[in-house]
Design a protein around this ligand. Sequence first.
Ligand SMILES: [Mg+2]
Length: 334
Amino acid sequence: MRLTTAQNDRAAGVLLATAAGDALGAGYEFTYPTPETAIRMIGGGLGPFAPGEWTDDTSMALAIAEVSATGADIGAGDGLDAVAAGFARWYASGPKDIGNQTCAVLSTAQPTAASMTERARALPGRKGGNGSLMRTAPVGIAYLADGERCVAAARDISRLTHDDPEAVEACMLWSFAIRHAVLHGTFDGVDAGLETLPGDAARRWSTLLDDARTASDPRVFDNNGWVVHALQTAWWAVCHADATGPGHLPQALELAVRAGRDTDTTAAIAGGLLGARWGASAVPAQWQRILHGWPGYRSQHLVRLALRTAWAGAGDDRHRPDAEIDYAQFLVEE
Ligand SMILES: [Mg+2]
């Protein structure tokens, strides 16, 4: 499959807008910004984050993208092991913040897919945190030529740390929607992705999506550290901003942050889909210029990893993994 210029822009936007939402929400985590508060990339929050710095959400997504960008199959075998090793490497770097559930797995598992999956399965108690949904965006561009493999990989990468059925289903649905948005430039994949879910999950998620679409106040999904409310908050923000043009992207990210509580994560989740729909060119230049984070990356690195992933996943033979490409051309100034 040969990607068009518009599809390349949209693929390039997936990680960039994930990071933009993450860095925008970072300074407001576990707060409820007042209507008078201007939402900016102020840094701070739960860790000593600098303005424009992304947090664990994007860093873990990048651990996945580092592998997918090589053309490896991240959903199985050596590729899934490499993703697990990437998570372990990020954990060993001493991250400024980390979710409880992810920490419980990464602090005790070996750096292999089998060990992490087993640790995640063995964890007791409630396990439906949003920590696998927040990092699933690169899976959406890793299989542009094959929707079934995209969804299967989203499932198995979630299970490295989050085996809860709702966490797994959310990753499958959102990854499918991101893939669909890159290919077609619409949000229709959110509903179309319901068909990929197991058992009666499609009916349940259909109702949950409708609730988000029609809610006037996001406080009804306030428990957004839980994967279901996190996805609903992100979808609520996407559905309640003006979607008539690319200004939808920054506007919806701001709404996700204003919804409060786990703001970096809900905005990162929304960002993956918004970037897939509107492209790198819709991420405001003043954000592109200051975005940075683990492992010492800036905006152009996110674009590079996203495009490499998309080209490998599309089987686009114009772009071999070793080709020299000027990635700055995909970063569009305002
Ligand atoms: Mg975070």
